[in-house]
Design a protein around this ligand. Sequence first.
Ligand code: FES
Ligand SMILES: [Fe+2]
Length: 376
Amino acid sequence: MSEPRSAQGQRTLPGEYFTSEEIFRREQERIFARRWLCAGHVSELAAPGSYLLFELGTESVILLRDRGGGLRALHNVCRHRGSRLCLEPAGELGGAIRCPYHAWTYELDGTLRAAPNMAEVAGFERTDHALFAASLTDWEGLLFVHLGAEPEAFERELPVLAGRFERWRIGELVRVHRTAYEVEANWKLLFHNYSECYHCPTVHPHLNRLTPYRNTSNDLDEGGVLGGPMWMTHADGSMTMGGERCAPLLPGLGDGDRGHVRYYTVFPSMFLSLHPDYVLVHRARPLSPTRTRIVCDWLFHPEAVAAPGFDPAPAIEFWDLTNRQDWELCANAQKGVSSRAYRPGPYADLESQLAAFDREYLRALDVEGPVRPTAG
Ligand code: FES
Ligand SMILES: [Fe+2]
């Protein structure tokens, strides 16, 4: 295992990156409208007609399973006068999408099936008014949408993901629990927080007991996917309240995966935490410069879930506790970076991944030149 890479003397971002409405708008245009964003897990769309909404700022996309069993993403904007079609975050469409305003009704492939009283309108053609499709990719069972018109292929944007985590067979897993949080902090502070364990000894004693903070290595340290493994003091354990696995080793894993947890950020929307017995997915969505919604899903293998006595509570409790501790840190950091007394500070070498995240972020935001030097 290699030592963590140096942070190369890099400093934290200036305060405006965490507070400015202007930078937030630029992020929406240059990052969130131009990147693949994780929207959910395939197990959430089990049957034809099931759907979930992906929402970001002014955008809303319906992800659904159509009659043929295929996955689709359709903009949640009626072709009549633009109303939202689906209002609940997830549900069943019952064979068609019906606008709540004037009852235009769409097939699950987006084509317009019926538009009351429109037949008499000169020149109106049903076929001209299908819902607009959004781009959708299924990567290992995790569904990514792209809000842009001509997205780069997922494999080209994130080439390091190709085949890399296949053995976790994430697409076969099922969600057993979800907790959603709203954090009073800029989304980048959540990425920063996830990307280091420098804070673990003081803030997460329950976690640091299982994976002491220096038991870490980065196997991806530049680009859109950053992270690497941590190894546990218990050679066959997992990240749970008692440190024991709460399910058998996932079926595709080998002995080398025992006692390891792997943590990755996928820019700009997801954290992926790969455990020996389950997978944890965090999806972050900026709500404002100072507020972020983050949804955390616990995914297990269906055979483990069906086994008598299955109890995911030790894994759920472990990460819910850790999450809440982390969100409090992020909210405190947000207050500090919003102060006129804040100046960029030096990253520790244990924070090399944060420095790498900032480089990727600034490249994506298209800021010219190196990270700005400290303001004072
Ligand atoms: S806005 Fe949808 S039917 Fe009128
Ligand atoms: Fe933490």
